[in-house]
Write a protein that binds this ligand. Sequence first.
Ligand SMILES: [Zn+2]
Length: 71
Amino acid sequence: MYKCNNCNSIDKFELMFSEKYNGNRNFTQKYNARQQIEITIDGHTFIPTLDFMNEHAVCKYCGQIYIWDYE
Ligand SMILES: [Zn+2]
């Protein structure tokens, strides 16, 4: 899991949807064989690393970006 350094919210990964995202928001997550979380959104699967979070994930609660750390 990741924590927002601005408002201390814990990301449950649905936080990463931008308000402007127009896809269907079909969202699943599972652990792969290496115990990494795999996220699938509208058919696109990826592993959300800290780098990914800090490049793409907007906090739903405070709207900040580039503010994630491991929790
Ligand atoms: Zn936040």
